[in-house]
Design a protein around this ligand. Structure first.
Ligand code: ATP
Ligand code: MG
Length: 236
């Protein structure tokens, strides 16, 4: 379980998040939905430990990772972040990218192969990142994030580089991978269809504040404001 408690965070003295709270139950997927500039990537950076919040706490399975007197380093959080640009190591092939950071050579090779299978990229093991499409790179980045068996996986706009036809397919694949691995996941998107179709819970943010949190059905059928109704294209 991931708890985001009253997070206030920003850059230098400029506040971006102004008190955001929600809980992601173990093994479920929460989509954070909001317009460009609303603070979604900043929120993931706070959860991953790359940005230290001014106020609030990040707690995973009862362990405080960020708090008033606590800041666990990113590499000690057991959190996998797939950043917005899904950067891979350009000089390593796909298999080596996924195995990077895994402890032993033997485990590395087999574990990495299994993960590539899971994300539908087994045939691309010896390709270089430069030879992949944006969506393929994202799937490899996801496999790499899962390789360390993190407690929480964070996905920043994972499908924005895909064309509409591929998007639906890759969404389904990623959803299945996360379910099978029983991973607690947060996916950030400005695409309402993506949030509503994939998530167990949708958290809507605007200008650094939480607008509404609920199931996709609740958000769609009972948006709390006219702005949100228009944003999700639902009732009103
Ligand atoms: P998008 O959907 O476009 O990716 P976002 O919701 O992820 O947007 P953030 O990247 O979290 O938004 O940015 C929120 C605000 O913080 C923006 O006003 C942005 O200009 C500012 N910001 C982001 N990164 C930095 C930074 N490194 N230094 C200063 N300000 C930043
Ligand atoms: Mg962003």
């Amino acid at each position: 379980e991931l708890q985001v408690r009253k997070i206030v965070a920003g850059y230098d003295s400029v506040p971006v998040l102004r008190g955001v709270s929600f809980t992601v139950p173990h093994g479920s997927l929460t989509a954070v939905l909001g317009p460009s500039g609303s603070g979604k990537s900043t929120l993931l950076r706070v959860i991953a430990g790359l940005n230290r919040p001014i106020e609030g706490a990040i707690v995973v399975d009862g362990r405080v990772l960020s708090g008033p007197r606590v800041h666990v380093a990113p590499e000690r959080r057991r959190i996998g972040l797939v950043p917005q640009d899904a950067a891979l190591f350009p000089h390593l092939d796909v298999l080596a990218n996924v195995g990077f950071g895994l402890p032993r050579a033997a485990r590395r090779a087999q574990g990495a192969r299994d993960l590539l299978e899971m994300v539908g990229m087994a045939d691309y093991a010896t390709r270089m990142p430069g030879e992949l499409s944006g969506g393929q790179r994202h799937r490899v980045a996801l496999a790499r994030a899962l390789a360390t068996e993190p407690d929480v996986v964070l996905l920043d706009e994972p499908f924005s580089a895909l064309d509409a036809a591929l998007r639906a397919e890759v969404r389904g694949q990623v959803r299945q991978v996360l379910r099978r691995a029983q991973t607690t996941a947060v996916l950030v998107t400005h695409d309402q269809d993506e949030a509503l179709s994939m998530a167990d819970q949708v958290v809507v943010v605007d200008e650094g504040r939480l607008v509404q949190a609920g199931s996709p059905a609740e958000i769609y059928a009972k948006p709390v404001s006219r702005w949100l109704a228009q944003f999700v294209g639902g009732a009103l």
